[in-house]
Design a protein around this ligand. Sequence first.
Ligand code: NAD
Length: 718
Amino acid sequence: MIAASTIRVSFPEADIALLTFDMPDKAVNILTTPVMNELAVHLEELEQRDDLTGLVLSSGKPGSFIAGADIREFAESLDVDKASIVAMCERGQRLFRRLAQAPFVTVAAIDGICVGGAAELAVWCDRRIVSTSEETEIGFPEVKLGLYPGWGGTVRTPRMIGLSNAIEIITGGESVNASAAVGLGLASQMASPEQLLDAAIAMIREEQGTGDYLVDRTAWEQPIVISETELGFLGSTATAYIREQTKGHYPAPLAALELMLESASMEVDAACQREAEGMTQLFGSPINEALINVFFLHARNKKVVGTSGDSIQASPIRSVSVVGAGIMGSGIAAATIKRELPLVFTDASAEVLQNGAREVMRQVSYNRKTKSSDATRAVHFAPFMNLTHSREELTAADVVIEAVVENADVKRQVLTQLESGLSDHAVLASNTSTIPISSLGEALQRPDRFCGIHFFNPVRQMKLVEVIRGQETSEETIATAVSYVKRVGKSPIVINDGPGFLVNRLLLPYMLEAVELLCEGASVKEIDRAARAFGMPMGPIALYDVVGLDTACYAGSTMYQAFPDRIIASPVLPALVKSGRLGQKSGAGFFRYSKGKRRGQEDPGLQEVLEPYLREKRRFSEEELQQRMFLPMVLEATRILEEGIVRDVRDVDLGLILGLGFPAFKGGLLFWADRVGTPALLEQLKTLEPLGERIRPTPRLLDMGRRNARFYDSASVA
Ligand code: NAD
């Protein structure tokens, strides 16, 4: 079946054909099978004509070219056989290759996103011209899905831009902007979006005149000219770099590298065949499946509005106030200004406010490209910040966030003062990490417009924001909070109020179990190694030192008060704090830190502090250590679901990936648990029975085990 209306054919000049991708009723174009079929039909027709000088491929969606292949189709065909995977690649290769063999010059006119399959389509064209729009990006993110480009991307790109450049862009998976694309040779020219078509036509005329494109066509069909020595050097440096980056958890970048090194000496036909055959190792693999799940977790999150009813609307957000200019307040302020939202900023201390404002300016003026402070950015963003102590100015904002000290009395006082001056539609929020939102709301006249907006530290790096619904919080408040969080470029997860909210509640059982393991004789090294082997970015022991032992102690005690039956009030953390070991910030925690170094060394002095608490000295396998740390997390997740803290298992998984760095290649905590299977999880828990309440299977898990049910059974397709 051909979806006839996706690609429009027109002739801006008598000898120039224009194919405009414009998927009906969609915000972006995607290369679905019907669209690919439609392209084939159009090419077939155009190739028959002898009056054409050139073909331009473009998009009917301003600022968005084509967002790649249809990942949903991938997800639906993960279990196809190897022959079908090869055939899927070959179909795309054959179709796109026609653009490099057509009886006219082919040019991709790219305005906006052009990634994955779309980048492959573009590289098979004779030339690419990119718009100067900030939205323009070209890239091959396939490795982030556990794949590599399979429609000839690994064949054509290195022949066009050089093997080294192609290896970097394909194995790294990061997109480049328009000027970088020109620098790399991925595109030959830039033009404003308005002039893109005219420039593409001019380019066709020039190519027809010089015949350069024909020279390139011949050259790009050949093996790559590179010496054995160069190839060897490139291979060994790239392999070492990829191993370091992926820690052996993500096979696709290495597979892409090996493929490109091997097929460099082949002609295009053989290289394409090798690309298609190699794909059978990746497509449908458990890691591919897990990463596709993560892709959908993000896609679903983009659509989150925070409420179930369509009738609930977010209020307009014209300005934001942040009260408290400490670590978090400054981070939130900077994130707000970066999105050009006017900010009113205050702190009880004038000195702290000045320091906070300096920190905000430091963050907003940082230029990622030059990796240095940028005066133009500073001049641009400075007018968005208003430093004040005036309550009227603070309460005139549409969203008012308090980020003052973590003290319930102080917070209540600050919130009640702010509330009295707010306009009717304004939202009042707290960034508290431990105090229940409903209890803070009790002090307010209008708890319905109060909620938690919990940013993570450091705000500039952490994408996750928990939006917490107190008992009285209205749907409008949640919708407005979600809209604000999205506006500042973060990923909101809406949760109901409860101790530790979502991420800290799941983190604590894992962290506390690590201390128990220490008391049973496991070493700090073994524990952290097991967590890293599971895929965590750092082990729990190192994480204690980063967070600070005093903060961890405080968080542990709040959780203990909430759940004394299963949270262990270990004496180890207070003992460390008492001995002055606060973690990185004091130069010693579980590890020792040399001045200015963030990486800890093993500390022989630790044993002395631990000695009184060592209950036994037994050996653990890596598997047992992992079960001990991650099963309590799964159990706590079942309680979170049971209590309705989150609406959907996918919120748990995305929350942990974004908030804790839970390994994406496992697809998320509950995606991973599903893969292990509930009956197998229950078996493992049985062996840990002597540990008591904290490891006892919850009724929900027992019920799921009896039915052999999966957590994702309740998640509809994204
Ligand atoms: P901080 O100590 O760095 O900053 C708190 C600021 O509040 C100080 O500058 C203080 O002068 C100011 N302040 C105190 N009383 C005030 C008042 N009455 N009016 C105005 N300002 C007042 O603390 P922080 O780490 O930025 O934490 C702030 C909030 O964010 C806390 O609720 C904390 O739990 C939460 N939080 C912290 C982190 C983190 O890792 N630091 C992470 C998430 C959430």
